[in-house]
Design a protein around this ligand. Structure first.
Ligand SMILES: [Zn+2]
Length: 391
């Protein structure tokens, strides 16, 4: 099992220059390798890798970068190629891999060797990177595990980060939690679950999203190619970064909560096509939240041996979760009101449907649902009673 930690780096001016320089050398090698790849009849990774030593003879300055870092670029090139191939198979229109221009290369990677964390017992510890130096780093969480890889990242906010991948050996025991939950990804609330919990986006995130769109509007008013525009762009990137961090923090906490609280989780499968790429950054952060959330649930559940089932959300809003009748509704109808007497919030009804469908697909038995008339405060326990099969 792998864990990734992200820590902020505080390089000195000189170190920062060196980091930027290394990043640019990696871009150079990547582009050279891509050129080589384009010249090959059949992609051959090994053959490309073998060109690295002769490249170092031709461009001696490349010797000033840890050798594993360049090897990783070959690996990166081929994994990009794989992704492209997969998209093609799915019928997507894809072009070729492109050469990376300045500013399009944001990370470089130390794999297996060339790095070391050094404890200083001060506020900032040190990250030793071979051929670069000892860079001050803020370790806000202890890394107990063996570190496998370090990705050095330069964000658009001009900040530097180290993403440390660690490996855990021990196996986590299987969850013996028998509680089950269905989760609906809502439009108004972030999620609604089959236990009647609604979870809104946290207020702090709302504030940041507002600030983000404000700064973006400011950016759009700045003159093209002006100094002020450049400054404003960095400002937007900073607010964006903070917003994404806040969102991820929220999603981590929320997904952890579900994985800890339940032994079985049913989720809706996200329709990729309906997740249109959005022009507005702030909107795209919310859109991306759902897929991030399902990703987080998935990998956290895997590690905790919690069963997760993704279901096709078709008809989950229309069908009555109590009697199965179809109750069509418009987007603005927030209440599900059925002839059988069930009257609950629309997303709550969906969440129960999701749980039921999920259980049908699982080895578990479906839940029994009692009709419910109460609206605002839904006592969840009276609705979902696990255990007794509907037969
Ligand atoms: Zn009904």
């Amino acid at each position: 099992m792998k864990l990734t930690y992200k820590f902020r780096l505080y390089p000195t001016k000189k170190q920062e220059e060196k980091l930027s320089w290394t990043l640019d050398r990696c871009r150079f090698v990547y582009n050279k390798m891509l050129e080589g790849l384009n010249g090959q009849e059949k992609p051959n990774k090994l053959q490309l890798q073998k060109q690295l030593p002769s490249m170092k003879v031709k461009y001696p300055e490349l010797k000033c970068v840890h050798s594993k870092v360049f090897q990783y670029e070959v690996y990166r090139l081929f994994s990009n190629l794989k992704v492209l191939g997969r998209l093609k198979k799915k019928g997507r229109k894809v072009g070729r891999l492109r050469f990376k221009g300045k500013g399009w290369f944001k990370t470089f990677t130390y794999n297996q060797s060339g790095f070391k964390l050094i404890e200083t017992n001060k506020r900032l510890d040190l990250l030793h990177l071979s051929k670069i130096g000892d860079i001050p780093i803020r370790i806000h969480r202890e890394v107990k595990e063996k570190t496998k890889q370090i990705i050095i990242k330069h964000c658009s906010s001009k900040k530097w980060y180290a993403c440390i991948t660690a490996e855990i050996k021990e196996k986590i025991t299987r969850s013996n939690n028998t509680k089950k939950v269905g989760i609906d990804l809502g439009l108004i609330d972030f999620i609604y679950d089959s236990d009647g919990n609604k979870i809104k986006h946290p207020k702090i995130l709302d504030k940041s999203l507002k600030k983000l769109s404000k700064e973006q509007r400011r950016l759009s008013r700045k003159k093209k190619k002006s100094k002020n525009r450049k400054k404003q762009r960095i400002k937007v990137a900073r607010v964006h970064e903070r917003t994404v961090n806040q969102r991820n923090d929220f999603l981590h906490k929320l997904s952890r909560c579900y994985v800890k609280g339940y032994g079985f989780i049913a989720l809706e499968k996200l329709q990729i096509n309906s997740m249109v790429k959005n022009r507005y950054l702030s909107k795209s952060i919310i859109d991306a939240s759902w897929s991030k959330f399902t990703d987080f649930i998935q990998y956290k559940a895997e590690n905790a041996s919690v069963e997760v089932i993704k279901i096709d959300p078709k008809n989950t809003t229309i069908n009555c979760s109590n009697c199965g009748r179809k109750v069509p509704k418009k987007l603005y109808n927030r209440i599900h009101k059925c002839k059988c007497g069930l009257e609950i919030e629309r997303d709550y009804n969906s969440a129960i449907n999701i749980l039921n469908i999920g259980q049908g697909l699982s080895k578990f038995t479906p839940v029994k649902i009692e009709p419910l008339r109460e609206l605002n405060k839904v006592p969840a326990s009276s609705v979902v009673e696990a255990g007794s099969p509907l037969r």
